[in-house]
Design a protein around this ligand. Structure first.
Ligand code: AMP
Length: 308
């Protein structure tokens, strides 16, 4: 593999404690970086930049290795791993963050291994905006830089966040956070306002209503797959981004048709993510399962030209 290939991601690697529909899972593997990398690893080599504490078990590192995720940029620091805890409403449509304990992330200084600086595809996962910026300054000639963020940083680190936004090509964000960032309820207008802050393309994730892509050529929509049973939506957004970016980094094509297909690969991976807690459904997917659901999406959305 030459150094430009694959995908560099910075994000959180976490222990999550989740409550959903009366089930509680404690200290399971989570974090924006973990979900993103796992989804993307089905498409392209992934290089993870993150930090964990000395309490992070080898079994999780072995899992990353089993997915071919490079962890040379994953630092193990003295202290506790980042911990996030959330509780979902019964309809799973909204959630409350109960705890965000940054722990080792508070003093993290990302340092990219030299060979990774040549990478062309970069994803700045949901993490402190100054860390996102730090990673960006270490990349030499990026072709596509995308980022994610969340209400925690919009509320607490808006100025730093705006500095990152000025330098990225694409923002992936959920609807509530897009409205908060833009100060505008209407989503097309919110996306326009965000595009004026820097990113030429904005993808708004809308949970089980799918995702909208706003860019210079207009708007494109991908639905969410209508599943009969959703277990845990945690990480669906990061997983969508992983499928989306992973596919683009694989084909190395940023044309409008490739971007549309990437929207569907993002939706395919997110639909697997929510079928189980943590990363459990995504641990061992086959190419056949991924392609099968991609075709199911195509059947779901295909229709002919109208002739009256
Ligand atoms: P999502 O459901 O796509 O918003 O992603 C949830 C994941 O993001 C969980 O696994 C958390 O560990 C992680 N997370 C939650 N809050 C933060 C935060 N403030 N910074 C970084 N990662 C976070």
């Amino acid at each position: 593999m030459d150094n430009t290939q694959g995908l560099v991601v910075v994000g959180s690697v976490a222990f999550d404690t989740i409550e959903a529909r009366g089930v509680r899972k404690e200290m399971v593997l989570g974090g924006s970086g973990s979900f993103f990398c796992t989804a993307a690893s089905y498409f392209t080599p992934v290089k993870l930049v993150a930090v964990v504490g000395d309490d992070f078990p080898k079994v999780h590192l072995d899992f990353f290795a089993s997915r071919g995720i490079s962890t040379e940029g994953l630092i193990r620091a003295p202290g506790k791993t980042f911990h996030w805890s959330g509780r979902y409403a019964d309809d799973l449509a909204s959630r409350q963050s109960l705890a965000t304990e940054l722990n080792v992330f508070a003093d993290f200084k990302p340092k990219l291994p030299d060979a990774w600086r040549e990478s062309e595809f970069i994803f700045l996962g949901n993490i402190h905006p100054s860390l996102q910026l730090d990673v960006l300054t270490q990349i030499r000639r990026p072709r596509l830089v995308a980022m994610d963020t969340m209400n925690f940083w919009i509320e607490g680190q808006l100025e730093a966040l705006k500095r990152v936004l000025e330098r990225v090509d694409l923002l992936v964000i959920n609807d509530e956070e897009a409205r908060m960032l833009a100060g505008q309820h209407n989503l097309p207008r919110a996306a326009r306002a965000i595009r004026a802050m820097g990113p030429k393309t904005v993808i708004v994730k809308r949970g089980d209503s799918g995702a909208l892509l706003f860019h210079e050529n207009g708007v494109f929509a991908a639905p969410a797959y209508p599943l009969e049973e959703v277990v845990d939506p945690t990480g669906a957004g990061d997983t969508f981004a992983g499928g989306f970016m992973g596919y683009l980094a694989r084909v190395r094509d940023l044309g409008p048709q490739a971007v549309r297909r990437a929207m569907f690969y993002g939706s395919v991976m997110a639909s697997f993510c929510v079928e189980a807690f943590s990363l459990d459904r995504m641990r061992e997917l086959s190419t056949g399962e991924i392609e099968g659901r991609y075709r199911a999406f195509r059947d779901l959305t295909h229709f002919e030209d109208v002739r009256l």
